[in-house]
Design a protein around this ligand. Structure first.
Ligand SMILES: C[S@@+](CC[C@H](N)C(=O)[O-])C[C@H]1O[C@@H](n2cnc3c(N)ncnc32)[C@H](O)[C@@H]1O
Length: 278
């Protein structure tokens, strides 16, 4: 990225959106993001693969929901545009699909708006997702999304950015409460079953000065699905095995769904799933 400083952007502090872009092999990041990301990769090299796996999960999940007739998407913590974005997948399945992207990072706003110029059925809102009522009542959402018909809420690799005091799982519930029955949640969350790995990553992020939450245990992260019905994690929809799984294995054409990566050396993954509101 051109390293001239756009107004309002702190070049001394890495941003989650730009570090994640670096993990995905993107170019919309600064030196501070790359250096911080490399510090994490030195101890947890699986972060690159899990980021790519998470994006692939997002595409498979949106395709699944789109094929079940949902045409409205609210992508919270959407991140920088990448190869396949929510509207690319959803509008391929149904050209009527409408997507509102939300992120609180001004760099995401600049790139998001540039990508979406002239793209019918999409909008970008610069907002903090903790103001969910403000988002749902914003002009952009009102113009594209009807709340009395099913909406797909997307919280993909996002809720670990919120600390416990922000009550992230209450936020999911409050948001789903405002959506119509038949609405979907597409969700993933960074988790670990190794307290040392979880604490180390959380401490590093806080040391960088980047606003962040924490890595949670799989059980904690599953709370997002309370009151919802997770769909099968098999591509053929069979009623077997875990439904909330390592993102790499969710409805993967060649892999069985697994609750955690099979390699014991891997200590960090994205717990993921898709659920609907009955
Ligand atoms: C790891 S990225 C995930 C991007 C995308 N959802 C994906 O899974 O590919 C997390 C995103 O959440 C955004 N974010 C973090 N905290 C946020 C908040 N409080 N409100 C809105 N967006 C936030 C970051 O700017 C970043 O773009």
């Amino acid at each position: 990225m051109n390293e001239r400083i756009p107004p309002g952007i702190d070049m001394r502090t890495p941003s989650v959106a730009r570090m994640y872009d670096y993990f995905l092999g993107g170019k919309d990041n600064f030196t501070v993001d790359r250096e911080s990301a490399d510090t994490l990769l030195e101890r947890i090299p699986e972060i690159s693969a899990l980021s790519l796996g998470n994006r692939a999960f997002l595409s498979r999940a949106v395709d699944h929901v789109a094929r079940h007739g949902v045409v409205q998407y609210l992508d919270l913590g959407a991140g920088l545009p990448t190869v396949e974005n929510t509207h690319n997948v959803a509008q391929r399945a149904d050209p009527r699909a409408r997507v509102v992207y939300v992120d609180n990072d001004p760099v995401v706003l600049v790139h998001g708006r540039a990508l979406l110029t002239d793209r019918a059925g999409t909008a970008f809102v610069l907002s903090d997702l903790r103001d969910i009522d403000g988002i749902l009542d914003s002009d952009e959402v009102r113009a594209l999304i009807e709340l009395d018909v099913p909406v797909c809420l997307m919280l993909v690799s996002m809720l670990h950015c919120l600390p416990d005091e922000d009550r992230p799982f209450d936020l999911v519930r409050r948001t789903m409460d405002r959506l119509a029955p038949g609405s979907y949640l597409i969700y993933s969350h960074l988790v670990s079953d190794d307290p040392g790995t979880a604490a180390w990553l959380t401490e590093q992020m806080s040391g960088f000065g980047t606003p962040w939450g924490r890595v949670r245990s799989p059980r904690e992260a599953e709370a997002a699905f309370d009151g919802l019905v997770p769909v099968s994690a098999w591509p053929d929809g069979r009623d077997e095995g875990p439904r909330v799984v390592d993102c790499a294995s969710w409805r993967h054409p060649d892999l069985a769904p697994v609750a955690r990566p099979e390699d014991d050396k891997i200590k960090l993954w994205e717990l993921s799933g898709v659920a609907y509101k009955p």
